[in-house]
Design a protein around this ligand. Sequence first.
Ligand code: SIN
Length: 323
Amino acid sequence: MQSVEKAAGGRVVILGCGGTIAGRAESDQDTVGYRAAEIGVDVLVAAVPALRALPLEAEQVAQVDSKDMTPAIWQQLAARVAFHLARPEVAGVVVTHGTDTLEETAYFLHRVLAPSKPLVLTAAMRPATALMADGPQNLLDAVTLARHPGARGVLAVIGGEVYPGGELRKVHSRRLRAFSAGDAGPLGRIDDGRFERWRDWPAGVGLGLPAIAAAAAKWPRVEIVTNHAGADGRIVDALLAQGGVDAIVFAGTGNGTLALGLEAAALRAVAAGVPVLRASRCGWGPVLGGNAALPAAGALSVAQARVELLLRCLISAQGDRTG
Ligand code: SIN
């Protein structure tokens, strides 16, 4: 499938969450020692001349380095996105965010909202003060996509490439094109305001805001345990002995494999009623098959598998309360 169209009209709401796109450094040469999440979203929007003539609104939802992202902010963000997307005059919503946990936020919003209008996340690898800042172009591309006729679902655009939000992975620590969508590749790309689409829009039915409403009191505790040379099960046993762990993601080697001692401990966790998912510490590729008692995470990254278990714990806790 391929389509190339010019952007159309429609109001876009831009929700700021912080990140390097809102980062500031002392020098325009500094793309390492900057502080993320310092510049307000209204200033980011005002810095892009091409956005001035468009019907836009900007709202600051959070101002964090995304390494410090929390489920509470996700909940607040999901509520603001849902509010704005429900407004008939709003064509789409853009979220400015840090790159480091962008894949988690994108997956969370995809699973909770799966909106029928476009929800476009964007970010930057260089701070706003850099000589060759990438944020302004990424923001312009995100608005272009949010106004694109027929666009829908959670999307991410960075470095001109458009990704389905639910499949996003950060795969490089420094490059401007730091993301991938796994083997299926990007959904499309934007060049000079022209959007070319290669894959279907994201599909799926969102769990809905009520599914996460009760979490405000206490978010489930989902830990990640990594397999490695010499790994054994002591971390898992310590988690079980400590109590309070609601689920565990295993970041396995290769196709989600675990060392014998760690696998035995993972089975003890399952026997103790702790749900698990087996993902891969490889940057790319799915986990298929393996020990059926330790379910494979499929195409989810380790971080996305953690979000998936978080949501499953919430849903199952809700079932327990209503059942
Ligand atoms: C962050 O994730 O907030 C900092 C790093 C970045 O945005 O690239």
